[in-house]
Design a protein around this ligand. Sequence first.
Ligand code: CA
Length: 225
Amino acid sequence: MRLLLVEDEKKVARFIQKGLREEGFAVDLASDGETGLAMGLDGVHDLIILDIHLPKKNGLDVLKNLRRNRVSTPVLLLTVRAAIEDKVIGLDAGADDYLTKPFAFRELLARIRALLRRQTGTETPILKVADLTLDPARRLVFRGEKKIELTTKEFALLDYFMRNPDRVLTRTMIAEHVWDYDYDSMTNVIDVYVNYLRKKIDTDPEAKLIHTVRGVGYVMKVGDS
Ligand code: CA
């Protein structure tokens, strides 16, 4: 899952970005409204966290502009005032939820997860492919009875694979969803991480789930490629 954070207060931005990265999200950061709008219009993010009070262009204008351009990415607004008018204006402008500063990181995380669940429409958010299961909320992965320990990046990569079974995922698609703009496309970091993941979940060659699609990328599926 890749998020866009539009926040001009550097300390707050770094705190949120660090915390979300630790939870396995890829997080792009924009520190003013114009940059945030340009990045949001790319449409590659799963969710946008948007501060209202921003230099160059305020959050509500950014939001209206995104919606006018048919970007339907869920937006969580951050506001300092708990004024009813702010909330109403924000929701009218197309926001999906809002959070009043200061907030606890756990609350931000809970709201992000709720919005992402709503977006994917998963009632029971446990993902399953063959005997491999992943519980996004509790961050647990099992292959059969065996519990698998993954790093946050491996977990994010597996989560993306499991939300797209039987679908060929190119390196570009994987990079766009699991890595942020810091990703260097000249490196083979995706292949390296896929191999880490294989060593943990695909130890039985007869029952492997991640298959290489030569020259294209990878696909998660049951059976031979
Ligand atoms: Ca601000």
